[in-house]
Ligand binder design. Structure first.
Ligand SMILES: O[C@@H]1[C@@H](O)[C@H](O[C@@H]2CO[C@@H](O[C@@H]3CO[C@@H](O[C@@H]4CO[C@@H](O)[C@H](O)[C@H]4O)[C@H](O)[C@H]3O)[C@H](O)[C@H]2O)OC[C@H]1O
Length: 410
Protein backbone atom coordinates (compact mmCIF):
# COMPACT_ATOMS: atom_id res chain seq x y z
CA UNK A 1 0.00 0.00 0.00
CA UNK A 2 1.37 3.44 -0.94
CA UNK A 3 1.12 6.13 1.75
CA UNK A 4 0.95 9.66 0.44
CA UNK A 5 1.91 12.50 2.75
CA UNK A 6 -0.35 15.49 3.15
CA UNK A 7 2.16 17.64 1.27
CA UNK A 8 2.38 15.23 -1.67
CA UNK A 9 -1.41 15.17 -1.88
CA UNK A 10 -1.46 18.97 -1.90
CA UNK A 11 1.32 18.94 -4.48
CA UNK A 12 -0.56 16.51 -6.69
CA UNK A 13 -3.61 18.73 -6.42
CA UNK A 14 -1.54 21.69 -7.52
CA UNK A 15 -2.02 23.48 -4.19
CA UNK A 16 1.65 23.44 -3.10
CA UNK A 17 4.55 24.39 -5.36
CA UNK A 18 6.90 21.50 -6.14
CA UNK A 19 10.02 22.47 -4.23
CA UNK A 20 12.02 19.87 -6.15
CA UNK A 21 11.54 21.92 -9.29
CA UNK A 22 13.89 24.76 -10.09
CA UNK A 23 13.13 27.93 -8.16
CA UNK A 24 15.08 30.08 -10.61
CA UNK A 25 15.63 29.87 -14.36
CA UNK A 26 19.12 28.36 -14.23
CA UNK A 27 18.23 26.01 -11.37
CA UNK A 28 15.29 24.78 -13.41
CA UNK A 29 17.38 24.39 -16.59
CA UNK A 30 20.12 22.46 -14.81
CA UNK A 31 17.60 20.25 -13.02
CA UNK A 32 16.29 19.00 -16.38
CA UNK A 33 19.77 18.32 -17.75
CA UNK A 34 20.50 21.52 -19.63
CA UNK A 35 23.92 23.13 -19.24
CA UNK A 36 22.68 26.58 -18.21
CA UNK A 37 20.15 29.39 -18.47
CA UNK A 38 21.99 32.66 -19.05
CA UNK A 39 21.98 36.31 -20.00
CA UNK A 40 24.05 38.68 -22.08
CA UNK A 41 25.50 41.68 -20.34
CA UNK A 42 27.60 44.70 -21.26
CA UNK A 43 30.31 46.66 -19.52
CA UNK A 44 28.50 50.01 -19.00
CA UNK A 45 25.73 48.41 -16.92
CA UNK A 46 28.22 46.68 -14.63
CA UNK A 47 28.52 49.94 -12.66
CA UNK A 48 24.86 49.46 -11.56
CA UNK A 49 25.07 47.43 -8.34
CA UNK A 50 21.37 46.46 -8.36
CA UNK A 51 21.81 45.16 -11.89
CA UNK A 52 24.98 43.23 -11.06
CA UNK A 53 23.37 41.62 -8.01
CA UNK A 54 20.63 40.07 -10.13
CA UNK A 55 22.99 39.17 -12.99
CA UNK A 56 25.12 37.35 -10.41
CA UNK A 57 22.13 35.43 -9.02
CA UNK A 58 23.03 31.93 -10.13
CA UNK A 59 19.56 30.61 -9.33
CA UNK A 60 18.50 32.50 -12.47
CA UNK A 61 21.73 32.83 -14.48
CA UNK A 62 24.37 30.13 -14.79
CA UNK A 63 25.96 31.68 -17.86
CA UNK A 64 26.76 35.14 -19.22
CA UNK A 65 27.76 36.48 -22.65
CA UNK A 66 29.59 39.77 -23.23
CA UNK A 67 27.34 41.77 -25.57
CA UNK A 68 30.13 43.83 -27.13
CA UNK A 69 33.47 43.62 -25.39
CA UNK A 70 34.89 40.58 -27.22
CA UNK A 71 34.00 41.86 -30.68
CA UNK A 72 36.72 42.80 -33.17
CA UNK A 73 36.37 46.58 -32.74
CA UNK A 74 36.84 46.16 -28.99
CA UNK A 75 39.66 43.61 -29.06
CA UNK A 76 41.83 44.51 -32.08
CA UNK A 77 41.11 48.19 -32.81
CA UNK A 78 44.45 48.51 -34.61
CA UNK A 79 46.23 45.77 -36.50
CA UNK A 80 47.88 43.30 -34.14
CA UNK A 81 47.14 45.52 -31.09
CA UNK A 82 44.92 43.55 -28.74
CA UNK A 83 42.88 45.03 -25.86
CA UNK A 84 41.11 42.69 -23.51
CA UNK A 85 40.08 44.93 -20.60
CA UNK A 86 36.33 45.01 -21.31
CA UNK A 87 36.08 41.30 -22.09
CA UNK A 88 38.20 40.41 -19.10
CA UNK A 89 35.84 42.32 -16.78
CA UNK A 90 32.93 40.17 -17.92
CA UNK A 91 35.01 36.98 -17.86
CA UNK A 92 36.16 37.68 -14.29
CA UNK A 93 32.60 38.37 -13.16
CA UNK A 94 31.50 35.04 -14.61
CA UNK A 95 34.40 33.27 -12.94
CA UNK A 96 33.77 34.85 -9.52
CA UNK A 97 30.07 33.96 -9.77
CA UNK A 98 30.80 30.40 -10.96
CA UNK A 99 28.95 31.09 -14.23
CA UNK A 100 29.77 29.71 -17.67
CA UNK A 101 30.98 32.21 -20.25
CA UNK A 102 29.72 32.12 -23.85
CA UNK A 103 32.33 34.02 -25.84
CA UNK A 104 31.03 36.27 -28.64
CA UNK A 105 32.36 36.57 -31.36
CA UNK A 106 35.41 35.96 -33.57
CA UNK A 107 34.46 36.64 -37.21
CA UNK A 108 31.53 38.94 -38.13
CA UNK A 109 30.85 41.51 -40.83
CA UNK A 110 29.73 44.09 -38.27
CA UNK A 111 31.54 46.06 -35.57
CA UNK A 112 34.79 45.69 -37.53
CA UNK A 113 37.39 48.48 -37.35
CA UNK A 114 37.99 50.35 -40.61
CA UNK A 115 41.53 49.00 -40.85
CA UNK A 116 39.93 45.63 -41.64
CA UNK A 117 37.09 46.77 -43.90
CA UNK A 118 39.04 49.40 -45.83
CA UNK A 119 42.45 47.76 -45.95
CA UNK A 120 41.99 46.23 -49.43
CA UNK A 121 43.89 43.16 -48.28
CA UNK A 122 44.39 40.29 -50.70
CA UNK A 123 43.21 36.76 -50.00
CA UNK A 124 46.38 35.48 -48.32
CA UNK A 125 46.82 38.58 -46.16
CA UNK A 126 43.21 38.64 -45.00
CA UNK A 127 43.38 34.94 -44.11
CA UNK A 128 46.46 35.63 -42.03
CA UNK A 129 44.78 38.63 -40.36
CA UNK A 130 41.71 36.52 -39.53
CA UNK A 131 43.83 33.63 -38.22
CA UNK A 132 45.93 36.00 -36.13
CA UNK A 133 42.81 37.54 -34.56
CA UNK A 134 41.25 34.16 -33.80
CA UNK A 135 44.50 32.76 -32.43
CA UNK A 136 45.02 35.70 -30.08
CA UNK A 137 41.47 35.77 -28.72
CA UNK A 138 41.06 32.02 -28.31
CA UNK A 139 44.48 31.80 -26.65
CA UNK A 140 43.73 34.73 -24.31
CA UNK A 141 40.41 33.24 -23.18
CA UNK A 142 41.56 29.61 -23.24
CA UNK A 143 39.98 27.72 -20.36
CA UNK A 144 37.50 30.53 -19.65
CA UNK A 145 34.91 30.07 -22.41
CA UNK A 146 32.30 27.35 -22.50
CA UNK A 147 31.81 28.16 -26.19
CA UNK A 148 32.91 30.61 -28.88
CA UNK A 149 30.63 32.02 -31.56
CA UNK A 150 33.30 31.50 -34.22
CA UNK A 151 31.40 32.92 -37.19
CA UNK A 152 28.43 35.23 -36.74
CA UNK A 153 25.79 36.00 -39.38
CA UNK A 154 27.45 34.75 -42.58
CA UNK A 155 24.14 34.38 -44.43
CA UNK A 156 21.65 36.47 -46.37
CA UNK A 157 17.94 35.91 -45.82
CA UNK A 158 17.76 33.67 -48.94
CA UNK A 159 20.43 31.34 -47.57
CA UNK A 160 23.23 32.58 -49.81
CA UNK A 161 26.44 33.94 -48.37
CA UNK A 162 26.40 37.52 -47.14
CA UNK A 163 28.69 39.87 -49.04
CA UNK A 164 31.27 40.85 -46.46
CA UNK A 165 34.95 41.61 -46.46
CA UNK A 166 35.49 37.99 -45.45
CA UNK A 167 33.36 36.39 -48.17
CA UNK A 168 34.31 38.87 -50.89
CA UNK A 169 38.03 38.35 -50.33
CA UNK A 170 38.39 34.76 -49.18
CA UNK A 171 35.18 33.10 -50.41
CA UNK A 172 33.17 30.65 -48.29
CA UNK A 173 36.45 29.02 -47.25
CA UNK A 174 36.81 31.69 -44.57
CA UNK A 175 34.25 29.80 -42.51
CA UNK A 176 36.00 26.41 -42.23
CA UNK A 177 39.36 28.15 -41.91
CA UNK A 178 38.00 30.12 -38.93
CA UNK A 179 36.69 26.97 -37.23
CA UNK A 180 39.90 25.03 -37.89
CA UNK A 181 42.00 27.88 -36.49
CA UNK A 182 39.93 28.17 -33.31
CA UNK A 183 40.06 24.40 -32.75
CA UNK A 184 43.82 24.32 -33.23
CA UNK A 185 44.29 26.84 -30.39
CA UNK A 186 41.75 25.41 -27.93
CA UNK A 187 40.56 21.89 -28.75
CA UNK A 188 38.26 21.88 -25.70
CA UNK A 189 36.09 24.97 -26.23
CA UNK A 190 32.81 24.43 -28.07
CA UNK A 191 32.69 26.12 -31.47
CA UNK A 192 29.42 27.57 -32.81
CA UNK A 193 28.01 29.06 -35.98
CA UNK A 194 25.58 31.79 -34.78
CA UNK A 195 22.88 33.65 -36.76
CA UNK A 196 19.38 35.17 -36.69
CA UNK A 197 16.29 34.10 -38.67
CA UNK A 198 17.64 30.53 -38.79
CA UNK A 199 15.27 29.49 -35.98
CA UNK A 200 12.44 28.53 -38.32
CA UNK A 201 12.14 26.60 -41.57
CA UNK A 202 13.15 28.37 -44.75
CA UNK A 203 16.03 29.21 -47.05
CA UNK A 204 18.21 30.78 -44.38
CA UNK A 205 17.98 27.71 -42.11
CA UNK A 206 19.01 25.67 -45.17
CA UNK A 207 22.03 27.93 -45.53
CA UNK A 208 22.97 27.33 -41.89
CA UNK A 209 22.76 23.57 -42.37
CA UNK A 210 25.04 23.89 -45.38
CA UNK A 211 27.53 25.81 -43.26
CA UNK A 212 27.61 22.91 -40.79
CA UNK A 213 28.20 20.54 -43.72
CA UNK A 214 30.86 22.82 -45.19
CA UNK A 215 32.85 22.93 -41.95
CA UNK A 216 32.47 19.18 -41.46
CA UNK A 217 33.46 18.43 -45.08
CA UNK A 218 36.63 20.42 -44.50
CA UNK A 219 37.40 18.12 -41.57
CA UNK A 220 37.15 20.96 -39.06
CA UNK A 221 35.33 20.82 -35.73
CA UNK A 222 31.95 22.48 -35.31
CA UNK A 223 30.07 21.78 -32.08
CA UNK A 224 26.89 23.74 -32.42
CA UNK A 225 24.53 26.14 -34.11
CA UNK A 226 23.51 29.23 -32.14
CA UNK A 227 19.96 30.41 -32.76
CA UNK A 228 19.96 34.09 -31.87
CA UNK A 229 16.15 34.25 -31.57
CA UNK A 230 15.52 37.99 -31.69
CA UNK A 231 11.76 37.62 -32.04
CA UNK A 232 8.69 39.87 -32.24
CA UNK A 233 5.63 39.49 -29.98
CA UNK A 234 2.88 37.73 -31.91
CA UNK A 235 5.21 36.78 -34.80
CA UNK A 236 7.44 34.34 -32.93
CA UNK A 237 7.84 31.04 -34.82
CA UNK A 238 5.74 28.19 -33.44
CA UNK A 239 7.25 25.69 -31.02
CA UNK A 240 6.79 22.93 -33.62
CA UNK A 241 8.65 24.89 -36.31
CA UNK A 242 11.48 25.76 -33.92
CA UNK A 243 11.81 22.09 -32.90
CA UNK A 244 11.81 20.91 -36.52
CA UNK A 245 14.48 23.45 -37.39
CA UNK A 246 16.61 22.51 -34.37
CA UNK A 247 16.33 18.87 -35.43
CA UNK A 248 17.62 19.86 -38.86
CA UNK A 249 20.87 20.97 -37.22
CA UNK A 250 21.19 18.22 -34.62
CA UNK A 251 20.86 15.67 -37.44
CA UNK A 252 24.47 16.62 -38.23
CA UNK A 253 25.53 15.58 -34.73
CA UNK A 254 25.96 19.13 -33.42
CA UNK A 255 24.36 20.84 -30.42
CA UNK A 256 22.03 23.79 -30.67
CA UNK A 257 21.61 26.68 -28.24
CA UNK A 258 19.31 29.68 -28.08
CA UNK A 259 21.96 32.38 -27.83
CA UNK A 260 20.37 35.85 -27.90
CA UNK A 261 16.68 35.50 -27.04
CA UNK A 262 14.52 38.60 -26.73
CA UNK A 263 10.95 39.21 -27.88
CA UNK A 264 10.22 42.82 -28.69
CA UNK A 265 6.95 44.68 -29.15
CA UNK A 266 5.83 47.98 -30.61
CA UNK A 267 5.62 50.34 -27.65
CA UNK A 268 3.77 51.13 -25.49
CA UNK A 269 3.56 47.84 -23.66
CA UNK A 270 0.03 46.63 -22.84
CA UNK A 271 -1.26 43.74 -20.74
CA UNK A 272 -2.33 41.96 -23.92
CA UNK A 273 1.15 42.31 -25.42
CA UNK A 274 2.78 41.12 -22.18
CA UNK A 275 0.50 38.07 -22.14
CA UNK A 276 1.35 37.23 -25.75
CA UNK A 277 5.03 37.83 -25.01
CA UNK A 278 4.84 35.30 -22.15
CA UNK A 279 3.34 32.74 -24.53
CA UNK A 280 6.05 33.42 -27.12
CA UNK A 281 8.83 33.05 -24.54
CA UNK A 282 7.23 29.85 -23.25
CA UNK A 283 7.01 28.27 -26.71
CA UNK A 284 10.61 29.18 -27.55
CA UNK A 285 12.07 27.87 -24.30
CA UNK A 286 9.90 24.74 -24.59
CA UNK A 287 11.32 24.07 -28.07
CA UNK A 288 14.78 23.95 -26.51
CA UNK A 289 13.61 21.93 -23.50
CA UNK A 290 12.05 19.34 -25.81
CA UNK A 291 15.18 19.03 -27.96
CA UNK A 292 17.76 16.78 -26.36
CA UNK A 293 20.78 18.47 -27.93
CA UNK A 294 19.60 22.00 -27.10
CA UNK A 295 22.08 22.81 -24.34
CA UNK A 296 20.68 26.06 -22.99
CA UNK A 297 18.99 29.41 -23.46
CA UNK A 298 20.64 32.84 -23.22
CA UNK A 299 18.51 35.99 -23.12
CA UNK A 300 20.04 39.12 -24.70
CA UNK A 301 20.13 40.92 -21.37
CA UNK A 302 17.55 40.32 -18.69
CA UNK A 303 16.10 43.82 -18.08
CA UNK A 304 14.47 46.28 -20.46
CA UNK A 305 16.62 48.95 -18.82
CA UNK A 306 19.69 47.80 -20.74
CA UNK A 307 18.19 46.07 -23.78
CA UNK A 308 19.77 46.84 -27.17
CA UNK A 309 16.34 46.82 -28.84
CA UNK A 310 15.14 50.46 -28.54
CA UNK A 311 18.42 51.74 -29.95
CA UNK A 312 18.30 49.41 -32.95
CA UNK A 313 14.57 49.22 -33.66
CA UNK A 314 13.07 52.67 -32.97
CA UNK A 315 9.60 52.52 -31.40
CA UNK A 316 10.10 48.94 -30.22
CA UNK A 317 11.25 47.54 -26.91
CA UNK A 318 10.07 45.88 -23.68
CA UNK A 319 11.75 42.74 -25.03
CA UNK A 320 13.19 41.23 -21.83
CA UNK A 321 11.63 39.13 -19.02
CA UNK A 322 12.23 41.89 -16.45
CA UNK A 323 11.01 45.46 -16.97
CA UNK A 324 13.20 48.55 -16.66
CA UNK A 325 12.39 48.77 -12.92
CA UNK A 326 13.71 45.24 -12.43
CA UNK A 327 10.21 43.82 -11.91
CA UNK A 328 9.51 40.38 -13.36
CA UNK A 329 7.09 40.40 -16.27
CA UNK A 330 4.69 37.52 -17.07
CA UNK A 331 7.41 36.19 -19.37
CA UNK A 332 9.54 35.24 -16.35
CA UNK A 333 7.06 32.76 -14.90
CA UNK A 334 6.25 31.49 -18.39
CA UNK A 335 9.93 30.66 -18.95
CA UNK A 336 10.21 29.07 -15.50
CA UNK A 337 7.14 26.92 -16.13
CA UNK A 338 8.44 25.85 -19.55
CA UNK A 339 11.72 24.77 -17.97
CA UNK A 340 10.07 23.01 -15.06
CA UNK A 341 7.75 21.19 -17.48
CA UNK A 342 10.92 19.61 -18.83
CA UNK A 343 11.11 17.59 -15.63
CA UNK A 344 7.80 15.89 -16.42
CA UNK A 345 7.57 12.77 -18.54
CA UNK A 346 7.01 14.76 -21.73
CA UNK A 347 9.67 17.35 -21.17
CA UNK A 348 13.37 18.13 -21.45
CA UNK A 349 16.09 15.57 -21.65
CA UNK A 350 13.86 13.55 -23.93
CA UNK A 351 14.78 13.05 -27.55
CA UNK A 352 12.67 15.12 -29.86
CA UNK A 353 10.64 13.04 -32.28
CA UNK A 354 10.47 15.83 -34.78
CA UNK A 355 11.72 14.70 -38.17
CA UNK A 356 14.97 16.32 -39.20
CA UNK A 357 14.41 18.74 -42.04
CA UNK A 358 17.65 18.01 -43.84
CA UNK A 359 17.38 18.95 -47.46
CA UNK A 360 19.74 18.64 -50.35
CA UNK A 361 17.89 20.96 -52.66
CA UNK A 362 19.56 23.91 -54.29
CA UNK A 363 19.38 27.26 -52.53
CA UNK A 364 17.93 30.36 -54.18
CA UNK A 365 21.36 31.27 -55.54
CA UNK A 366 22.07 27.81 -56.85
CA UNK A 367 24.93 27.54 -54.39
CA UNK A 368 23.47 24.78 -52.25
CA UNK A 369 24.64 21.19 -52.13
CA UNK A 370 23.79 19.67 -55.48
CA UNK A 371 26.35 16.94 -55.78
CA UNK A 372 25.42 13.33 -55.46
CA UNK A 373 27.86 10.64 -54.46
CA UNK A 374 31.15 11.14 -56.28
CA UNK A 375 30.38 14.72 -57.29
CA UNK A 376 31.89 17.60 -55.33
CA UNK A 377 29.39 20.15 -54.10
CA UNK A 378 29.66 23.62 -55.47
CA UNK A 379 30.34 25.25 -52.10
CA UNK A 380 32.62 22.51 -50.80
CA UNK A 381 36.15 21.25 -51.12
CA UNK A 382 37.13 19.41 -54.30
CA UNK A 383 40.88 18.92 -54.18
CA UNK A 384 44.26 19.68 -52.67
CA UNK A 385 45.69 19.30 -49.21
CA UNK A 386 45.08 15.58 -48.92
CA UNK A 387 41.41 15.86 -49.88
CA UNK A 388 40.15 12.35 -50.66
CA UNK A 389 36.56 13.20 -51.55
CA UNK A 390 35.09 13.77 -54.99
CA UNK A 391 36.97 16.06 -57.37
CA UNK A 392 34.47 16.14 -60.21
CA UNK A 393 32.40 19.28 -59.84
CA UNK A 394 28.76 19.69 -60.63
CA UNK A 395 27.95 20.71 -64.17
CA UNK A 396 29.10 24.20 -65.10
CA UNK A 397 31.76 24.49 -62.39
CA UNK A 398 35.40 23.50 -62.12
CA UNK A 399 37.60 22.73 -59.15
CA UNK A 400 39.70 25.75 -58.23
CA UNK A 401 42.20 26.31 -55.48
CA UNK A 402 41.06 29.59 -53.99
CA UNK A 403 43.85 29.67 -51.44
CA UNK A 404 46.51 27.31 -50.04
CA UNK A 405 43.99 25.80 -47.63
CA UNK A 406 40.94 25.17 -49.59
CA UNK A 407 39.38 24.48 -52.95
CA UNK A 408 35.95 25.13 -54.38
CA UNK A 409 33.92 24.26 -57.43
CA UNK A 410 33.39 27.65 -59.05
O1 LIG B 1 24.94 46.87 -27.76
C1 LIG B 1 24.56 46.26 -28.96
C2 LIG B 1 24.71 44.76 -28.85
O2 LIG B 1 23.81 44.24 -27.90
C3 LIG B 1 24.40 44.15 -30.21
O3 LIG B 1 24.62 42.76 -30.13
C4 LIG B 1 24.20 42.04 -31.31
C5 LIG B 1 22.69 41.85 -31.33
O4 LIG B 1 22.29 40.73 -32.09
C6 LIG B 1 23.13 40.20 -33.09
O5 LIG B 1 23.11 40.96 -34.28
C7 LIG B 1 21.86 41.48 -34.71
C8 LIG B 1 20.82 40.40 -34.88
O6 LIG B 1 19.62 40.97 -35.32
C9 LIG B 1 19.71 41.66 -36.59
O7 LIG B 1 18.45 42.18 -36.89
C10 LIG B 1 17.49 41.20 -37.27
C11 LIG B 1 16.89 41.59 -38.61
O8 LIG B 1 15.90 40.63 -38.94
C12 LIG B 1 14.82 40.60 -38.01
O9 LIG B 1 13.86 39.68 -38.49
C13 LIG B 1 15.34 40.13 -36.65
O10 LIG B 1 14.28 40.14 -35.71
C14 LIG B 1 16.43 41.08 -36.20
O11 LIG B 1 17.00 40.61 -34.98
C15 LIG B 1 20.71 42.78 -36.48
O12 LIG B 1 20.84 43.40 -37.75
C16 LIG B 1 22.06 42.24 -36.00
O13 LIG B 1 22.97 43.29 -35.78
C17 LIG B 1 24.58 40.08 -32.73
O14 LIG B 1 25.00 38.72 -32.73
C18 LIG B 1 24.88 40.71 -31.38
O15 LIG B 1 26.27 40.85 -31.23
O16 LIG B 1 25.26 44.69 -31.20
C19 LIG B 1 25.13 46.11 -31.39
C20 LIG B 1 25.44 46.80 -30.07
O17 LIG B 1 25.21 48.21 -30.22
Amino acid sequence: MVHLSASSLLLAAGILPNLALGAGLNDAAVSIGQAYFGSATDNPELSDSTYVKQLSNTADFGQITPGNSQKWDATEPSRNVFTYSGGDTVAKLAQSNGQKLRCHNLVWHSQLPSWVTSGNFNNATLISIMKNHITNLVQHYKGQCYAWDVVNEALNEDGTYRQSVWYNTIGPAYIPIAFATAASVDPDVKLYYNDYNIEYSGAKAGGARRIVELVQSYGAKIDGVGLQSHFIVGSTPSKADQKTTMAGYTAYGVDVAITELDIRMTLPSTNALLTQQATDYSNTVAACVETKKCVGVTIWDWTDKYSWVPNTFPGQGAACPWDSNYQKKPAYNAILSALNAGGSSSGGGSTTTTTAAVTTTTSASGSGPTGGSGVAQQWGQCGGNGWTGPTTCVSGTTCKYSNPWYSQCL
